[in-house]
Each structure stands twice: as structure tokens, then as C-alpha cells.
Design a protein around this ligand. Sequence first.
Ligand code: ADP
Length: 271
Amino acid sequence: MKYFAGIDIGSTAIKIVLLDEDLNVVASRTAATGSHFHANTIEALDYLLEKSDIAKDKVAYMMATGYGRKLFKDADERISEISANAAGARHLGGKYGTIKTIINLGGQDAKVIVLDEAGHVMNFAMNDKCAAGTGRFLEVAARNLEVEVSDLGNCHMEAKGAPIAMNSTCTVFAESEIISLLANGNKKEDIIAALHYSIAKRVARLAKRSGMDGLVFFDGGPAMNKGLVAALEDELMRDVVVPETPQITTACGAAVMAKEAYFSNIVIADA
Ligand code: ADP
């Protein structure tokens, strides 16, 4: 059995997916990107292979993607995260219907990718100039509120007060706004819901500007936050599809493309 690796080196997290020849996900791992992209990726890959009992020489092809892809020297090939995300949405999202729009939130950017009927990229828009509306914004807010990022969704669901408006459009100002809201006696849960709505509003604007259409697939690490999902659905005024493992979609797409590249290279080599 041969395996195919998709390695997504994001601004915040490294995601690795191993697929078998039938494109089943056999193992995956998420690790912090840190500052040593290459060394940290090797460490995460070695750990995953050891834990899954797969010898390195069984990995026939490695496709790197994401912000740090150029720094991972061991990859056989590299592709943009837009193409990998689209391939991942086709692979993991197919069971939900024909995905026409992907909304991806990462650690430091927000992307909207519009697909054609066959799932190929027609258009995309990205905000990577400002941390507001990204996973980093939520990390900073969670730290201020002394809540784990993974608990933000549950806290949102417990919000009971009248919706609070967050006025700050910048992460730095949002930090001071959170502190004043706490000082004025607002509950953490209500502030968290307000933060989610402020992100959802920004992302919804980007999605509408990009020509959002049809079934919407929401992925990236922040899509694990059910409060943010609910806020985004409200702002978009439609349901979104969130895959079971939203943080690894792009890595999964890269692994699918690794298999395609491996077999097309063999055909070329054989010709
Ligand atoms: P990137 O590809 O840019 O590294 P990711 O798609 O991996 O970004 O998303 C990273 C973000 O995911 C973090 O900044 C954080 O906000 C969010 N995140 C990570 N783990 C969780 C979790 N368990 N629940 C909710 N959000 C999470």
C-alpha cells in the first residue's frame, strides 16, 4: 500500500493528512507552526508516521501547501492553498452536495473561494492585511477573557444578554474594548458572542463581495467554533456546511493532489 501526504504549513498550525490509495484519510496531525517551519514539519510528520506505524518510504508523494510551503524542502511538489482548499472541499464536502463557495478562516487570514459546478476555482478574495476577523483575533480575545479558544463556542451558546455591539475593527483596539466591556459588568459569554458577530459580519461582507453562491462550505481552524458558525449563518442568512474536521481540509486536498501528481508523473515517466 502506498500513502500520499498533504502538508499544509499555515501561519498558526501545521496540518498533515495521510491518504491511502483509495483516498481514505488514514491519519492526520495538527501541530504548532512556530518559527522553525521545516524542522517542526519534519517532527510532526515523523511523529504521525510512527504513531500510525507507516514507514516513511511508503509515502509515495508529498504535496506541500500553505503560507510556509516553500520552506519545507522535503516536499515533492508545492501548490497554492487556494487549489488545495478547493480539492479538499471537493473531497470532504462532496457528500453534502455541490459546494459552490468556500469560506476559510485561518490564523491570520480570511478567504472566500468561489467554485464552478465541477468544483474548480473561478474566483477568490482574501483578507490577509489585518488580524481582525481571523483566528488570531479569537486567540487574543480568548487570552483576555481567560477562556480556551476551544471553549469559545460553548461560551457563545450560553450568552443570554441583549446583543452587545463591538465597535473596534482592529485587534489591538478590540483588546481594550473587551477590557472596558468587562469593567462595565458585561458577562464573558455576551462579549464572546459579540466578538463572533463582529468577525462574522466582516467575513459575510467579503463573501458577498466575492459573489458567494450555492452551497457554502466553512473550514479552517475557527470553523471548529460552533458559536462562530452560528453567527456566520445569521450574517449570511443561510446555512453553511462544516466538515467534521474543518482544520485539515486544505491538507487533505493537498494529499488528493499528491496522488494525482504521483500517478500523472508515472504515466509521463513511462511514456
Ligand atoms: P492557519 O492555516 O493559518 O495556520 P488554521 O486553519 O490552522 O490556520 O486555524 C488556526 C486557528 O484556529 C487558531 O488561530 C484558532 O483561532 C482556531 N482554533 C484552533 N483550535 C481550535 C479549537 N479547538 N476550537 C476553535 N478554534 C480553534
